[in-house]
Design a protein around this ligand. Structure first.
Ligand code: SF4
Ligand code: SF4
Length: 329
């Protein structure tokens, strides 16, 4: 039997995550925890449960179904709709992910996040859009979470895609030892690579780890001559100053190889509901979304050094798009 990996979504017809039309495969599990993460459901390496507050009619069926008393009791209907309400909090320490509550809910308010799929199951889905890849130069982008957190599965997925003649793009945060990352990079057609902050302490503060390994690996990918698009989430009061980007452009210009494209991804708050559905606090909930026009200004720091730059991965004519993370919703 083939090994599987947890997948949160297979997203068809993506146009910002590599060339042409792409099918993005989001693997669940990430060793980092970026505070602005726009896909919080991809961080934990195990299945989770969404509770969609607005769909819940508070029938209590989930409560009755739970064998571990892990679901909060319904409370006053009006109170339950408040953002700060703990109604339907799932006590994770008691929950064994049996998913009986999800089966019991007849209103679509509970949803399992993370389905185990085999390589062939994923590739069969990816192959559905082969005609679009052929016409557009597209293919499959493996994203996450962090795909290199599943190195054996990822290697098999890449090998399977190669044998089917599918263009492969690896979307990675680079937080992976080179002896694992290097061979994976060599086996794909191109890489999407995250850069969050050049200062390691600032990086650790917002991301959960320093940046040394990530910067070393960036240089390694460039030395290997692999096509690479660099993606920088731009987060207010973190890495959104002109001075920072002048320095970043200088740093990138000195690396040993050519970066084909830089995507500047303005912070947005479209993922707010996901944090709520997972029962998580989001420390940036109150942060203002970035004005995309700010990104155009920052882009000039890179353009002055000859880099090709886009906003949100789509070019400036379409800069009110996703942004904020390499795999925004
Ligand atoms: S079963 Fe569904 S609709 Fe009923 S209380 Fe639970 S989540 Fe809400
Ligand atoms: S998954 Fe199972 S244990 Fe967890 S809250 Fe639902 S019914 Fe209870």
């Amino acid at each position: 039997m083939q090994p599987g990996a947890l997948v949160t979504e297979i997203q068809r017809f993506a146009v910002n995550d590599g060339p042409g039309f792409r099918t993005n495969v989001f693997l669940k599990g990430c060793p980092l925890s970026c505070r602005w993460c726009h896909n919080p459901e991809t961080i934990a390496p195990y299945p989770e449960i969404y509770w969609k507050r607005r769909s819940c009619v508070q029938c209590g069926a989930c409560l009755d179904a739970c064998p571990r008393d892990a679901v909060n009791a319904p409370i006053h209907p009006v109170e339950a709709q408040k953002e700060e309400s703990t109604y339907h909090k799932i006590f994770r320490e008691r929950c064994d992910l049996c998913m009986k509550c999800v089966d019991a809910c007849r209103y679509g308010a509970l949803e399992i996040v993370g389905t185990e799929l085999t390589v062939n199951e994923i590739l069969d889905e990816v192959e559905r859009d082969r005609p679009f890849y052929d016409n557009s130069g597209g293919g499959m982008t493996v994203s996450g979470g962090e795909p290199t957190a599943h190195p054996e599965f990822l290697a098999q997925l890449i090998e399977g895609a190669r044998s089917r003649g599918i263009h492969i793009c690896l979307d990675t945060n680079g937080y992976c030892q080179w002896d694992v990352l290097g061979p994976l990079v060599q086996s794909v057609d191109m890489v999407l690579y995250d850069l969050k902050h050049l200062d390691s302490a600032r990086h650790a503060e917002m991301v959960g780890a320093g940046n040394e390994l990530i910067l070393e690996n960036l240089a390694g990918i460039l030395r290997a001559g692999k096509e690479i698009w660099l993606r920088q989430p731009i987060v207010p009061d973190y890495n959104d100053s002109w001075e920072y980007h002048v320095k970043a452009a200088e740093f990138l210009g000195q690396l040993p190889g050519r970066i084909q494209r830089i995507d500047l991804l303005p912070f947005h708050t479209w993922c707010e509901d996901k944090y709520s559905w997972l029962g998580l606090d989001w420390s940036l909930r109150a942060a203002e979304p970035m004005d995309p026009s700010m990104v155009e200004i920052l882009a000039e720091a890179y353009q002055a050094r000859g880099f090709a730059v886009t906003a949100g991965g789509s070019g400036f004519e379409d800069n009110a798009v996703r942004g904020g993370c390499r795999h925004a919703p």
